[in-house]
Ligand binder design. Structure first.
Ligand code: ATP
Length: 255
């Protein structure tokens, strides 16, 4: 991790800043026709992930949630050391680069390497505390996650503190149902009851949870890695430039 952090801070400083793609958005003053309400509050979406590799399930979910919430920006935050799963075998520099390639054509999407620059496990609560220090407490933050991630939220470090730091937008994901009575632990179900918002308050900085249907794409990074290892094609499950990068760097060929 020390090496990764050093490598990444070199990458960041040579490109001039941690968040890539910020401030270039011509739509900020000319809202897209697909945005129902121009956003006066500069709310930001956050999508953390292992991105091993990033795929259309991530991108489409971010696009739809950002559109529905009228967000100005979505930051993609690759987890250097995801704490709730086995460690990815793909070097963080590759996961960051694939993420950068995947989002570069979307002016609302930005890459944020803050978890790469930090040593230790990539706890979301620490990421949100850093973002609050950077952005202040007024700006609405929306933490995006798929239903699978939300089902395990009560195992995350200091998870109930997350509601004081951000709003949470949960996207439906094929194979995971939040509505089944036994799907959620008692503590998580109580939090959902307390924080679930029927009508979103756009200016509220934190504390709301929404569950949103998004276009259901049954795509996972695991299935993409497996298909490459087995010599099958994952084409059309992820952006072609990301697949080109994977081939160029001989990623996912071995178990
Ligand atoms: P893996 O298969 O390696 O576990 P993954 O495809 O689930 O990876 P992650 O990087 O772990 O991808 O996911 C980051 C976030 O994106 C999580 O909140 C996850 O729920 C969400 N997500 C991933 N794939 C989809 C999808 N197809 N639809 C909706 N959300 C998704």
């Amino acid at each position: 991790m020390g090496t990764c952090a050093a490598e990444m801070s070199k990458l960041s400083s040579s490109e001039g800043g941690r968040v890539k793609g910020e401030g270039k958005n011509p739509e900020a003053s000319h809202p897209s026709p697909f945005t129902l309400h121009p956003s006066p509050h500069h709310a930001i979406g956050l999508l953390g992930g292992t991105f091993d590799p990033i795929h259309f399930g991530h991108l489409r979910m971010a696009e739809e949630l950002a559109g529905w919430l009228s967000l100005d920006q979505v930051r993609f935050i690759p987890a250097a050391q995801p704490p709730h799963r086995s460690q990815p075998r793909t070097e963080i520099r590759h996961r960051v680069e694939m993420t950068r390639i995947a989002i570069e054509a979307n002016l609302k999407f930005a890459l944020d390497t803050l978890e790469v620059e930090r040593d230790g496990p990539s706890y979301t609560v620490e990421t949100l505390i850093s973002l609050r220090a950077e952005l202040g407490n007024e700006i609405p933050l929306w933490l995006f996650m798929g239903a699978d991630a939300f089902l395990g939220l009560n195992t995350w470090k200091d998870w109930s503190q997350l509601f004081t730091l951000a709003n949470i937008a949960v996207a439906h994901r094929p194979g995971y149902r939040l509505t089944q009575a036994d799907a959620l632990g008692d503590d998580l179900r109580e939090s959902l009851q307390r924080h679930q918002a029927k009508d979103v308050v756009p200016d509220q900085a934190a504390g709301q949870i929404i569950l949103r249907p998004v276009t259901q794409l049954d795509i996972s990074a695991t299935a993409i890695r497996t298909s490459i290892r087995e010599g099958k094609s994952p084409r059309y499950l992820l952006p072609q430039p990301v697949l080109d990068y994977i081939h160029l760097n001989h990623l996912y060929l071995h178990a």
